[in-house]
Design a protein around this ligand. Structure first.
Ligand SMILES: C[S@@+](CC[C@H](N)C(=O)[O-])C[C@H]1O[C@@H](n2cnc3c(N)ncnc32)[C@H](O)[C@@H]1O
Length: 282
């Protein structure tokens, strides 16, 4: 049976809504654009276009995956972050808009476009933080660390896609264990979800994102404790340590940094007004 494009979109939206998908129509549009390899305009320009059998079965497959709450970024294999496209798969955290708050703050601590800043990104995942900072500061170089080799493969592919492979290196291992040298800026968006809230997470996160990227121990602060107590030896004089933090964690992380002697500690809110980043320097 043939079906019109607009009708297919309405049916998919109803199914996705029924499965509890928050932005059902938006996701249906994205899946259709991927299926037809077309831009958004086509959806509005040719609503009466009839889908071929082949297109129908590809679209059906994509909608079924989203109905099972597989993240849209995994299905499409990409996610936009700070206006650049990043490869994303099940081995890396889906880059979040919240993390752009960290980028904003980090860039204000790297004001000189000509300076060869050295950046260390702990828990680099897709590489979205490190690669965005290097793309925005053309003389900067950086190291991304991750305990997951599979995640680092994604970060390396993203570095190549963004033509940043010559200014980037990646190290596999836990936090600072295999890192040498000193950095002007150390950034991290570590796993920070308290173990106990696992059951409350959306299926997209709980069932599809790597648990290594999510959970930070009983109170969610384990990784901050480790990184803060070891960071000083890897920072240049006056160098900055900057974190993304989970909801209600900013004060605790600020305290941990104070105890370790960091100064000029500041906090920034995300677009929803949640304290999302903590920065301090030695
Ligand atoms: C919350 S994700 C952040 C990913 C990416 N930086 C972002 O902001 O989208 C945390 C990352 O830390 C990595 N990770 C977890 N434990 C680690 C450890 N002990 N040492 C290094 N990396 C670790 C995970 O594999 C994951 O890629």
């Amino acid at each position: 049976m043939t079906i019109r494009l607009d009708q297919a979109l309405i049916e998919a939206t109803i199914r996705l809504k029924g499965a509890g998908v928050e932005f059902a129509r938006q996701d249906a549009n994205l899946l259709m654009m991927d299926c037809l390899k077309a831009d958004r305009d086509l959806l509005f320009r040719e609503p009466e276009r009839l889908l071929t059998d082949q297109e129908q079965s590809v679209f059906e497959e994509l909608v079924e995956r989203r109905e099972k709450r597989e993240p849209i970024s995994h299905i499409l294999g990409k996610r936009e972050f700070w206006s650049r496209e990043f490869i994303v798969n099940s081995h890396v955290l889906d880059p979040r808009p919240d993390t752009e708050t960290l980028i904003e703050l980090a860039l204000t601590e790297m004001p000189d476009m000509e300076k060869p800043y050295r950046v260390l990104d702990l828990g680099t995942g897709s590489g979205c933080i490190l690669l965005t900072l290097l793309a925005e500061r053309p003389k900067a170089t950086g190291v991304g660390v991750d305990i997951s080799l599979d995640a680092m493969k994604v970060a390396s592919a993203n570095a190549e896609n963004l033509n940043l492979e010559n200014r980037t290196s990646f190290i596999e291992g836990p936090w600072f264990a295999n890192v040498d040298g000193k950095f002007d800026l150390i950034v991290s968006n570590p796993p920070y979800i308290p173990d106990a809230v696992k059951g409350e997470l959306q299926p997209e996160v709980r069932e599809f994102e790597p648990h290594l990227a999510l959970f930070g121990g009983e109170d969610g602060l384990d990784c901050y404790r480790h990184i803060i107590s070891n960071a000083q030896s890897y920072l240049c004089g006056g160098g900055w340590l900057g974190f993304e933090v989970g909801i209600h964690q900013a004060q605790d992380v600020q305290k941990l940094m104070q105890i370790e002697g960091f100064r000029d500690i500041s906090c920034a809110n995300d677009l929803a007004g949640i304290a999302r980043c903590v920065f301090g320097r030695i």
